[in-house]
Design a protein. Structure first.
Length: 297
């Protein structure tokens, strides 16, 4: 399989052509996609919607998948396979979710700048979001380059944050929206996790921030100071020069490297339009450190 990689802007974001995600992907093609992600951090593969098994098989060529997809698990009926995360405004019968539905209220958190699964023991490596139904207006996905954002920090800030460790928890981000409808089982399943605020990306060797709206504390700082610092860094990292906006076409597969990006969904008329997106999540290998429950918001 011969593919072409077309940069969409400098060394951030690219389009890959000549790749059919429903076909068998050989090692050379997989390695070329990994190389593109190491350079561009996010890539889009244009095509047609594929069956769930085809998306799962493609994603597995890049590593192990998340075994627990979805945070809300109590009394939830799945619409898609367990290997996939349902990123849609649809219920288990593919009808549009009611505005007060617990799933919809939770999913509003996707509009916050975040990093997938940073709050899990094993964090996300690659997110692979596949479009089955797109909206005629709104519903874009924005991705920001945390490598370039780190590079643009002044030396004093780089020195200040070099060894900082942040505490990630899903309840922190949802609390920002006033959502606290987690069952006891859901709370126990996702305790707070410690992760470095600065890391070296293993593929590119570049230093990068590791941010998310899931951060509620930084070890050694008072909570108020920690949250102000995270907000300042997030505002810095999401300036227009660091952001790529993806306008969806049916059949797109958008892949981003969660180790050096944040992303968010943009709003659309949820009561009027269907948006059917399904994410396969390739996971890292090293677990984060579980911390005391009291450090989470």
């Amino acid at each position: 399989m011969t593919i072409t990689i077309n940069p969409l802007g400098g060394d951030f974001a690219a389009e890959i052509t000549g790749l059919d995600i429903a076909a068998e992907v050989d090692d050379a093609t997989r390695d070329a996609v990994v190389g593109a992600l190491d350079t561009y951090a996010t890539v889009v593969i244009r095509g047609r919607p594929v069956e769930q098994q085809a998306q799962i098989d493609f994603a597995r060529r890049f590593g192990s998948l998340d075994e627990v997809n979805g945070v809300l698990t109590t009394d939830i009926k799945r619409r898609v396979r367990e290997e996939l995360t349902d990123i849609s405004n649809l219920d288990e019968k593919s009808g549009i979710l009611d505005g007060s539905d617990r799933r919809r209220l939770f999913n509003l958190g996707n509009r916050l700048w975040h990093t997938d699964s940073s709050f899990k023991r094993i964090a996300a490596k690659y997110s692979m979001l596949h479009a089955h139904t797109v909206t005629p207006e709104g519903g874009e996905t924005q991705v920001c380059d945390l490598r370039a954002a780190y590079d643009a920090l002044d030396d004093a800030m780089k020195a200040r944050i070099e060894d900082m460790v942040a505490v990630h928890c899903i309840r922190t981000s949802r609390a920002l929206l006033g959502f606290d409808e987690f069952s006891d089982d859901e709370r126990r399943a996702l305790p707070p996790i410690r992760r470095p605020l600065v890391r070296v990306h293993p593929g590119s060797g570049r230093k990068t921030l590791y941010l998310a709206s899931h951060i509620g504390d930084i070890v050694g700082l008072p909570t108020a100071e920690a949250r102000i610092l995270v907000r300042d860094l997030t505002e810095h990292a999401t300036q227009p020069q660091f952001v790529h906006t993806h306008t969806w076409r049916e059949g797109d597969l958008l892949i981003w490297d969660d180790r050096c990006t944040m992303h968010r969904a943009r709003p659309f008329d949820e009561a009027k339009y269907r948006r059917d997106m399904r994410r396969a999540t390739v996971m890292e290998t090293e677990p984060g450190e579980v911390v005391d429950e009291g450090l989470a918001a």
